[in-house]
Design a protein around this ligand. Structure first.
Ligand code: SF4
Length: 326
Protein backbone atom coordinates (compact mmCIF):
# COMPACT_ATOMS: atom_id res chain seq x y z
CA UNK A 1 0.00 0.00 0.00
CA UNK A 2 1.21 3.50 -0.88
CA UNK A 3 2.56 5.46 2.06
CA UNK A 4 0.91 8.92 1.96
CA UNK A 5 3.94 10.46 3.66
CA UNK A 6 5.96 9.53 0.56
CA UNK A 7 3.55 11.06 -1.94
CA UNK A 8 5.73 14.15 -2.22
CA UNK A 9 8.52 11.98 -3.68
CA UNK A 10 6.24 10.82 -6.51
CA UNK A 11 5.10 14.41 -7.09
CA UNK A 12 8.68 15.65 -7.28
CA UNK A 13 9.58 12.80 -9.63
CA UNK A 14 6.75 13.90 -11.97
CA UNK A 15 7.91 17.50 -11.68
CA UNK A 16 11.45 16.52 -12.77
CA UNK A 17 10.27 14.26 -15.60
CA UNK A 18 8.14 17.14 -16.89
CA UNK A 19 11.37 19.14 -17.20
CA UNK A 20 11.19 21.27 -14.05
CA UNK A 21 13.84 21.85 -11.40
CA UNK A 22 13.38 21.07 -7.75
CA UNK A 23 14.29 23.64 -5.10
CA UNK A 24 16.90 23.26 -2.34
CA UNK A 25 14.06 22.90 0.18
CA UNK A 26 12.55 20.07 -1.83
CA UNK A 27 15.97 18.41 -2.15
CA UNK A 28 16.35 18.63 1.62
CA UNK A 29 13.02 16.86 2.08
CA UNK A 30 14.17 14.13 -0.29
CA UNK A 31 17.52 13.59 1.40
CA UNK A 32 15.74 13.42 4.77
CA UNK A 33 13.14 10.85 3.76
CA UNK A 34 13.03 7.59 5.65
CA UNK A 35 11.29 5.95 2.70
CA UNK A 36 14.41 5.13 0.76
CA UNK A 37 12.61 2.48 -1.29
CA UNK A 38 10.31 5.09 -2.83
CA UNK A 39 13.19 7.54 -3.23
CA UNK A 40 15.19 4.83 -5.01
CA UNK A 41 12.24 3.83 -7.22
CA UNK A 42 11.57 7.44 -8.28
CA UNK A 43 15.26 8.28 -8.78
CA UNK A 44 15.60 5.18 -10.97
CA UNK A 45 12.56 6.24 -12.97
CA UNK A 46 14.17 9.63 -13.64
CA UNK A 47 17.42 7.92 -14.70
CA UNK A 48 15.75 5.53 -17.11
CA UNK A 49 13.49 8.26 -18.52
CA UNK A 50 16.37 10.50 -19.49
CA UNK A 51 19.28 8.08 -19.97
CA UNK A 52 17.80 4.63 -20.57
CA UNK A 53 18.88 1.56 -18.71
CA UNK A 54 22.63 1.58 -19.13
CA UNK A 55 25.74 2.22 -17.11
CA UNK A 56 28.95 4.10 -17.90
CA UNK A 57 32.02 2.09 -16.91
CA UNK A 58 35.34 3.82 -16.45
CA UNK A 59 38.80 2.81 -15.31
CA UNK A 60 41.46 5.09 -13.87
CA UNK A 61 45.21 5.25 -13.87
CA UNK A 62 47.11 7.15 -11.21
CA UNK A 63 49.78 8.43 -13.58
CA UNK A 64 51.61 10.55 -10.98
CA UNK A 65 51.15 9.64 -7.35
CA UNK A 66 51.54 11.56 -4.11
CA UNK A 67 53.50 14.66 -3.01
CA UNK A 68 50.67 17.03 -3.87
CA UNK A 69 51.31 20.43 -2.22
CA UNK A 70 47.64 20.91 -1.31
CA UNK A 71 46.25 20.04 2.12
CA UNK A 72 42.97 18.28 1.28
CA UNK A 73 42.30 16.43 4.52
CA UNK A 74 40.74 13.32 2.94
CA UNK A 75 43.48 12.78 0.38
CA UNK A 76 46.14 10.09 0.68
CA UNK A 77 48.21 11.96 -1.89
CA UNK A 78 48.51 15.24 0.00
CA UNK A 79 52.03 15.99 1.25
CA UNK A 80 50.34 17.14 4.49
CA UNK A 81 49.17 13.58 5.18
CA UNK A 82 51.40 10.65 6.01
CA UNK A 83 49.39 7.88 4.39
CA UNK A 84 51.64 4.98 3.43
CA UNK A 85 51.13 4.94 -0.34
CA UNK A 86 53.33 4.29 -3.34
CA UNK A 87 54.55 7.74 -4.45
CA UNK A 88 56.03 8.12 -7.92
CA UNK A 89 56.65 10.75 -10.59
CA UNK A 90 54.79 10.85 -13.89
CA UNK A 91 54.73 7.44 -15.58
CA UNK A 92 56.33 6.79 -18.97
CA UNK A 93 54.27 6.83 -22.18
CA UNK A 94 54.60 3.04 -22.35
CA UNK A 95 53.17 2.50 -18.87
CA UNK A 96 50.26 4.87 -19.45
CA UNK A 97 49.53 3.24 -22.82
CA UNK A 98 49.73 -0.24 -21.31
CA UNK A 99 47.05 0.70 -18.76
CA UNK A 100 44.82 2.21 -21.44
CA UNK A 101 45.13 -0.99 -23.45
CA UNK A 102 44.26 -3.02 -20.37
CA UNK A 103 41.21 -0.81 -19.72
CA UNK A 104 40.01 -1.40 -23.28
CA UNK A 105 40.56 -5.14 -22.99
CA UNK A 106 38.64 -5.22 -19.71
CA UNK A 107 35.61 -3.77 -21.52
CA UNK A 108 35.58 -0.22 -20.07
CA UNK A 109 34.18 2.67 -22.16
CA UNK A 110 36.61 5.23 -20.91
CA UNK A 111 40.04 5.62 -19.43
CA UNK A 112 40.96 8.50 -17.14
CA UNK A 113 44.54 9.68 -16.66
CA UNK A 114 44.71 11.15 -13.15
CA UNK A 115 47.71 12.96 -11.67
CA UNK A 116 48.20 14.42 -8.19
CA UNK A 117 49.12 18.03 -8.91
CA UNK A 118 47.92 21.44 -7.94
CA UNK A 119 48.58 22.02 -11.65
CA UNK A 120 51.12 20.12 -13.78
CA UNK A 121 54.53 21.69 -14.49
CA UNK A 122 55.03 22.49 -18.19
CA UNK A 123 57.22 19.43 -18.95
CA UNK A 124 54.72 17.07 -17.34
CA UNK A 125 51.82 18.69 -19.16
CA UNK A 126 53.62 18.18 -22.50
CA UNK A 127 54.37 14.55 -21.57
CA UNK A 128 50.69 13.93 -20.77
CA UNK A 129 49.65 15.55 -24.06
CA UNK A 130 52.01 13.18 -25.90
CA UNK A 131 50.58 10.17 -24.06
CA UNK A 132 47.06 11.25 -25.02
CA UNK A 133 48.13 11.51 -28.68
CA UNK A 134 49.59 7.99 -28.58
CA UNK A 135 46.48 6.48 -26.99
CA UNK A 136 44.10 8.32 -29.31
CA UNK A 137 46.03 7.23 -32.39
CA UNK A 138 46.07 3.54 -31.46
CA UNK A 139 43.07 2.69 -29.26
CA UNK A 140 39.32 3.14 -29.53
CA UNK A 141 38.62 4.25 -25.99
CA UNK A 142 37.49 7.61 -24.64
CA UNK A 143 40.31 9.45 -22.90
CA UNK A 144 39.51 11.60 -19.87
CA UNK A 145 41.97 13.45 -17.66
CA UNK A 146 42.23 14.92 -14.19
CA UNK A 147 45.28 17.12 -13.69
CA UNK A 148 44.27 19.72 -11.11
CA UNK A 149 43.72 23.39 -11.84
CA UNK A 150 43.52 24.40 -15.50
CA UNK A 151 44.09 27.47 -17.60
CA UNK A 152 41.82 28.05 -20.58
CA UNK A 153 44.79 27.65 -22.93
CA UNK A 154 45.66 24.22 -21.52
CA UNK A 155 42.05 23.09 -21.49
CA UNK A 156 41.72 24.05 -25.16
CA UNK A 157 44.89 22.10 -25.94
CA UNK A 158 43.43 19.00 -24.28
CA UNK A 159 40.24 19.47 -26.27
CA UNK A 160 42.24 19.72 -29.51
CA UNK A 161 43.91 16.39 -28.68
CA UNK A 162 40.52 14.69 -28.46
CA UNK A 163 40.17 14.48 -24.68
CA UNK A 164 36.53 13.86 -23.94
CA UNK A 165 36.05 14.78 -20.32
CA UNK A 166 37.97 16.63 -17.63
CA UNK A 167 37.53 15.74 -13.97
CA UNK A 168 37.69 18.42 -11.32
CA UNK A 169 35.64 17.72 -8.21
CA UNK A 170 34.07 20.35 -5.99
CA UNK A 171 34.68 17.77 -3.20
CA UNK A 172 32.09 19.18 -0.81
CA UNK A 173 29.81 22.15 -0.19
CA UNK A 174 31.09 25.71 -0.06
CA UNK A 175 30.08 26.03 3.60
CA UNK A 176 32.11 22.94 4.58
CA UNK A 177 35.08 23.43 2.27
CA UNK A 178 37.36 25.24 4.72
CA UNK A 179 37.05 22.26 7.09
CA UNK A 180 38.73 20.02 4.52
CA UNK A 181 41.11 22.32 2.65
CA UNK A 182 42.89 25.60 3.34
CA UNK A 183 45.50 25.81 0.57
CA UNK A 184 43.02 26.73 -2.14
CA UNK A 185 39.48 28.01 -2.22
CA UNK A 186 36.13 26.68 -3.35
CA UNK A 187 36.06 29.45 -5.94
CA UNK A 188 39.33 28.10 -7.39
CA UNK A 189 37.57 24.78 -7.96
CA UNK A 190 34.48 26.39 -9.49
CA UNK A 191 36.75 28.45 -11.72
CA UNK A 192 38.50 25.41 -13.20
CA UNK A 193 35.14 23.66 -13.70
CA UNK A 194 33.94 26.69 -15.68
CA UNK A 195 37.16 26.83 -17.74
CA UNK A 196 36.72 23.16 -18.65
CA UNK A 197 33.27 23.90 -20.03
CA UNK A 198 34.41 27.05 -21.78
CA UNK A 199 37.06 25.01 -23.61
CA UNK A 200 34.34 22.67 -24.88
CA UNK A 201 35.40 19.67 -22.81
CA UNK A 202 32.80 17.62 -21.00
CA UNK A 203 32.90 18.30 -17.28
CA UNK A 204 33.16 15.57 -14.67
CA UNK A 205 32.74 17.05 -11.22
CA UNK A 206 31.54 15.48 -8.01
CA UNK A 207 32.58 15.07 -4.43
CA UNK A 208 33.00 12.95 -1.36
CA UNK A 209 30.36 12.24 1.22
CA UNK A 210 30.93 11.12 4.80
CA UNK A 211 33.56 13.67 5.85
CA UNK A 212 31.42 15.12 8.65
CA UNK A 213 29.23 17.35 6.48
CA UNK A 214 25.52 17.65 7.29
CA UNK A 215 22.72 16.53 5.01
CA UNK A 216 22.04 20.23 4.33
CA UNK A 217 25.63 20.51 3.13
CA UNK A 218 25.19 17.45 0.89
CA UNK A 219 22.22 19.20 -0.68
CA UNK A 220 24.32 22.37 -1.00
CA UNK A 221 26.94 20.34 -2.91
CA UNK A 222 24.25 18.80 -5.12
CA UNK A 223 22.79 22.22 -5.94
CA UNK A 224 26.26 23.71 -6.66
CA UNK A 225 27.03 20.80 -8.97
CA UNK A 226 23.67 21.09 -10.74
CA UNK A 227 24.41 24.76 -11.45
CA UNK A 228 27.63 23.73 -13.24
CA UNK A 229 25.65 21.22 -15.33
CA UNK A 230 28.34 18.54 -15.39
CA UNK A 231 28.13 15.65 -17.83
CA UNK A 232 29.26 13.33 -15.07
CA UNK A 233 29.17 13.45 -11.28
CA UNK A 234 31.29 10.94 -9.35
CA UNK A 235 30.13 10.41 -5.78
CA UNK A 236 32.90 9.09 -3.55
CA UNK A 237 32.28 7.70 -0.08
CA UNK A 238 35.01 8.60 2.37
CA UNK A 239 37.46 5.94 3.38
CA UNK A 240 39.28 7.30 6.42
CA UNK A 241 42.85 6.60 5.42
CA UNK A 242 45.72 6.09 7.82
CA UNK A 243 47.77 9.27 8.15
CA UNK A 244 44.83 11.58 7.39
CA UNK A 245 42.67 13.48 9.91
CA UNK A 246 39.80 11.19 8.90
CA UNK A 247 41.53 7.99 10.00
CA UNK A 248 38.93 5.71 11.61
CA UNK A 249 36.06 7.70 10.16
CA UNK A 250 34.22 5.20 7.98
CA UNK A 251 30.77 5.83 9.25
CA UNK A 252 28.59 6.71 6.31
CA UNK A 253 25.68 4.29 6.07
CA UNK A 254 24.18 2.66 3.03
CA UNK A 255 20.94 4.50 3.77
CA UNK A 256 22.70 7.89 3.64
CA UNK A 257 24.40 6.90 0.39
CA UNK A 258 21.05 6.05 -1.21
CA UNK A 259 19.48 9.23 0.17
CA UNK A 260 22.31 11.31 -1.33
CA UNK A 261 22.50 9.57 -4.71
CA UNK A 262 18.71 9.55 -5.03
CA UNK A 263 18.49 13.26 -4.23
CA UNK A 264 21.35 14.10 -6.62
CA UNK A 265 19.41 12.32 -9.36
CA UNK A 266 16.42 14.62 -8.78
CA UNK A 267 18.77 17.62 -8.91
CA UNK A 268 20.64 16.39 -12.00
CA UNK A 269 18.22 14.25 -14.02
CA UNK A 270 20.43 13.83 -17.10
CA UNK A 271 23.97 13.56 -15.77
CA UNK A 272 25.98 10.35 -15.46
CA UNK A 273 25.89 9.78 -11.71
CA UNK A 274 28.77 7.53 -10.86
CA UNK A 275 29.35 5.58 -7.68
CA UNK A 276 33.07 5.87 -7.15
CA UNK A 277 35.70 5.48 -4.42
CA UNK A 278 34.59 3.72 -1.26
CA UNK A 279 31.68 1.81 -2.79
CA UNK A 280 33.33 -1.56 -2.30
CA UNK A 281 33.71 -0.89 1.43
CA UNK A 282 30.54 1.03 2.24
CA UNK A 283 28.11 -0.79 -0.04
CA UNK A 284 29.60 -4.22 0.56
CA UNK A 285 28.31 -5.69 -2.69
CA UNK A 286 25.04 -3.73 -2.58
CA UNK A 287 26.10 -1.62 -5.57
CA UNK A 288 23.13 -3.16 -7.35
CA UNK A 289 20.74 -1.31 -5.06
CA UNK A 290 22.41 2.03 -5.76
CA UNK A 291 22.43 1.35 -9.51
CA UNK A 292 18.65 1.08 -9.15
CA UNK A 293 18.45 4.21 -7.00
CA UNK A 294 19.63 6.90 -9.40
CA UNK A 295 23.25 5.96 -10.14
CA UNK A 296 24.19 5.00 -13.70
CA UNK A 297 27.96 4.80 -13.65
CA UNK A 298 30.77 2.95 -11.93
CA UNK A 299 34.51 3.13 -11.71
CA UNK A 300 35.99 -0.31 -11.91
CA UNK A 301 39.37 -1.91 -11.40
CA UNK A 302 40.57 0.25 -8.51
CA UNK A 303 41.11 3.87 -7.60
CA UNK A 304 44.09 6.15 -7.19
CA UNK A 305 45.52 4.71 -4.01
CA UNK A 306 43.04 1.98 -3.13
CA UNK A 307 42.02 -1.25 -4.76
CA UNK A 308 38.58 -1.78 -6.23
CA UNK A 309 36.56 -4.57 -7.77
CA UNK A 310 37.92 -6.55 -10.69
CA UNK A 311 36.25 -5.37 -13.94
CA UNK A 312 35.12 -8.96 -14.62
CA UNK A 313 33.27 -9.01 -11.26
CA UNK A 314 31.62 -5.66 -11.97
CA UNK A 315 30.51 -6.75 -15.44
CA UNK A 316 29.08 -9.91 -13.89
CA UNK A 317 27.16 -7.79 -11.37
CA UNK A 318 25.77 -5.57 -14.18
CA UNK A 319 24.65 -8.68 -16.04
CA UNK A 320 22.90 -10.01 -12.94
CA UNK A 321 20.78 -6.87 -12.63
CA UNK A 322 20.19 -6.68 -16.36
CA UNK A 323 21.84 -3.32 -16.98
CA UNK A 324 23.92 -2.87 -20.11
CA UNK A 325 27.09 -0.87 -20.46
CA UNK A 326 26.64 2.37 -22.43
S1 SF4 B 1 44.53 18.80 -4.90
FE1 SF4 B 1 43.84 16.71 -5.44
S2 SF4 B 1 45.68 15.40 -5.31
FE2 SF4 B 1 46.13 17.32 -4.25
S3 SF4 B 1 45.68 16.92 -2.08
FE3 SF4 B 1 43.83 17.84 -2.99
S4 SF4 B 1 42.58 16.08 -3.69
FE4 SF4 B 1 44.68 15.31 -3.30
Amino acid sequence: MRNLKSDFIYRLKDKVIEGNKITSEEALKLISTKDINVLAECANKITTTFSGDSVDVETLINAKSGRCPEDCSFCAQSSFNSTPIDKYPLLSHDKIFEQAERALQSGANSFCIVCAYKAPPEDDFEHICESIKIIRSKLKIDVNVSLGFMTLERAKRLKSLGVKRYNHNLETSKSFFNKICTTHSYEDRINTAKIVKEAGLELCSGGIIGMGETKEQRVELGVALSELQPDEVPVNMLLGREGTPHYNNNFISEKEIIQTIGTFRFLMPKTILKIAGGREVHLKGDDKKVLRAGANGIITGGYLTTEGNKPSDDFKMLKEIGIKQR
